[in-house]
Design a protein around this ligand. Structure first.
Ligand SMILES: CCCCCCCCCCC/C=C/C(=O)SCCNC(=O)CCNC(=O)[C@H](O)C(C)(C)COP(=O)(O)OP(=O)(O)OC[C@H]1O[C@@H](n2cnc3c(N)ncnc32)[C@H](O)[C@@H]1OP(=O)(O)O
Length: 394
C-alpha cells in the first residue's frame, strides 16, 4: 500500500500531478523541532507520502527529484537500476538523483523524506496563514519557519541568552538538513530577544558522573564535529542575522556563513582561554586568513571582545545596521536576495567554497579532537565550576 501511495506521489514526473482545488488543512507554518530526535516510522513515512499529494503549490522539479530519490532509497535502498541512455532526459535525471544518494541508509532516507515534506508543507502553508497564527511558542528552544523563499532558524531561549543545549545542536543539524532540501532559496540563522547567542550552554557540563567524563567528552566531540560539518557542507546561501551579542561557538561559526549582518548593538566574544577551552568552528584556520594572524590571536587566544564595527573592519561581518532599523533593513535585503535564481546562487557558492572544503573538514576534526582533551583538563573544569557556582561571568 505504502509503495502504491509513493508511486502515485511521484507521478509528477510524467506530468500527472495537479495541485488540489479544494481548501486543505495545512500543518502549522513553523517546524518546532526541539524535542527528542527520533527516526521517522513507516507510519510517518506513509503520512508524508499522502501529504505530498496535498501540497498547494508545485515545489519545482529540483525538489520533486529529491523526493523521488529519497522515496526510492527509503523503499528499495541504493540505486540498483540500469543507467538510462543520455537522451532519456527525465529517466536520466531521476536515476542521477537516486544514484547520488549512494549508500544512504534506508532509515535516514525515510527521515529525510519526512523532513522534506514537512518543510514543504510548512512553506506552502505559511503563505496563506494569517500573521496571528505565526506567533512563536515561547517554550520552544528552536523555531524554524519558511516564508518568501527564506528558511529561518531562530534560537529561541531568550531568558538564557540563547545558549545552546545539546538538544539544540541536534535540532539545528536537522533544521539545516531540512533547509538544504526544502524549496527555500536562502537560509538564515538568528536569535530571539536581546542576544544572538551566548554560545555553548555551560550546563551541558553538569551532572556528568565522574566515571563518564571521558566518554562524554568523546561523544560531545563527535557531536561538535558533526554539527560544524553541517555548516561546512550547507549548499545554499547561509546568512547570519546577528541581532545582539554573540559569544563562543556562535562567533566562530560565522566564518562558515556566506553573509553576516549585524546590529550595531552586537559584540563578538570568544573567551576560550578564559574557559580553559580552545577554538572551534574552523576559526583556528578561517580567522587568521580572514583578519591576519595577530588580530585573530587577540580574539582567539586573548578573548578580545569586538564591537560590530571592529568585526566589520576584520571581515567577520558583512554589514552593520543601526539597531532601531536593523530588522527592517536586513529582511528587506534578504527578501530581495531570495528572489534570485536558486541554482545560480548555489553554483556560485559551490565555486567559491569547494576548494577549501576538504581543508575545513580536516580543521574541524582536529579542533574537535583537541576540545575533547580540553574539556577534561583542570583549567576547563575550574572555569566551568566557577560559572556554574555563579562566581564568574565573562
Ligand atoms: C563534556 C562536555 C559536554 C559539552 C558539550 C559541548 C558541545 C559542543 C561545544 C562547542 C564548544 C563551544 C564553546 C563555547 O561556546 S564557549 C562560550 C560559552 N559561553 C559563555 O561562557 C557565556 C556564559 N555567560 C555569560 O558570561 C553571561 O551569562 C553573558 C555575558 C552571556 C550574559 O550576561 P548577563 O548579565 O547579561 O545575563 P545573565 O548572566 O544574567 O544571563 C541570563 C541567564 O542566562 C544564563 N546563561 C547565559 N549564557 C549562558 C551559557 N552560555 N550557558 C548557560 N547559561 C547561560 C545565565 O546563567 C542566566 O541564567 P539564570 O537567569 O538562571 O541565572
Amino acid at each position: 500500500m505504502a509503495r502504491v501511495v509513493g508511486l502515485l506521489a511521484h507521478r509528477w514526473f510524467s506530468g500527472a500531478f495537479r495541485g488540489p482545488l479544494q481548501v486543505i488543512r495545512c500543518p502549522a507554518p513553523q517546524l518546532h523541532v526541539s524535542g527528542p530526535a527520533m527516526a521517522a516510522s513507516q507510519e510517518d513515512f506513509a503520512k508524508a507520502m499522502n501529504q505530498v499529494k496535498l501540497l498547494k503549490e508545485d515545489p519545482g522539479n529540483e525538489v520533486k527529484l529529491k523526493l523521488y530519490a529519497l522515496y526510492k532509497q527509503a523503499t528499495e535502498g541504493p540505486c540498483n537500476a540500469p543507467k538510462p541512455g543520455m537522451l532519456d532526459f527525465i529517466l536520466k535525471a531521476k536515476w542521477d538523483a537516486w544514484n547520488a544518494l549512494g549508500n544512504l541508509p534506508k532509515e535516514t532516507a525515510r527521515q529525510n523524506y519526512v523532513d522534506l515534506v514537512s518543510s514543504l508543507s510548512a512553506s506552502s502553508c505559511s503563505q496563506v496563514t494569517p500573521a496571528a497564527d505565526k506567533k512563536q511558542a515561547e517554550s520552544d528552544s528552536l523555531v524554524v519557519t519558511s516564508e518568501d523563499g527564506i528558511t529561518t532558524i531562530r534560537l529561541n531561549r531568550p531568558a538564557k541568552k540563547n545558549a545552546l543545549t545539546t538538544q539544540m545542536y541536534r535540532d539545528i543539524m536537522r533544521a539545516l538538513e531540512a533547509a538544504s532540501e526544502d524549496s527555500s532559496r536562502i537560509t538564515v540563522l538568528t536569535g530571539s530577544g536581546d542576544y544572538y547567542c551566548s554560545g555553548n550552554d555551560l550546563t551541558n557540563f553538569k551532572d556528568i558522573p565522574p566515571d563518564k567524563v571521558e566518554e562524554r567528552a568523546q561523544s560531545s566531540a563527535v557531536l561538535l564535529r558533526d554539527f560544524v560539518d553541517r555548516f561546512i557542507d550547507f549548499p545554499k546561501p547561509l546568512i547570519a542575522v546577528v541581532n545582539g551579542p554573540a559569544v563562543g561557538i556562535s562567533v566562530t561559526l560565522l566564518g562558515l556563513f556566506d553573509v553576516v549582518y549585524a546590529s550595531d548593538r552586537a559584540t563578538f566574544h570568544t573567551p576560550f582561554s578564559h574557559l580553559g577551552q580552545s577554538p572551534e568552528g574552523c576559526s583556528s584556520y578561517i580567522f587568521p586568513k580572514m583578519m591576519g594572524p595577530s588580530k585573530a590571536a587577540e580574539m582567539l587566544i586573548f578573548g578580545k571582545k569586538l564591537t560590530a564595527r571592529e568585526a566589520l573592519a576584520q571581515g567577520l561581518v558583512t554589514a552593520v545596521f543601526p539597531d532601531d532599523t536593523f530588522q527592517k533593513e536586513v529582511w528587506a535585503r534578504l527578501k530581495a536576495y531570495a528572489k534570485l535564481p536558486p541554482n545560480a546562487m548555489r553554483i556560485a557558492k559551490r565555486l567559491m567554497r569547494h576548494q577549501e572544503k576538504e581543508k575545513l573538514h580536516a580543521v574541524n576534526a582536529e579542533e574537535s579532537r583537541v576540545l575533547a582533551e580540553r574539556w577534561v583538563s583542570d583549567e576547563c573544569i575550574t572555569a566551568i565550576v566557577a560559572f556554574l557556582s555563579k562566581k564568574a561571568k565573562l
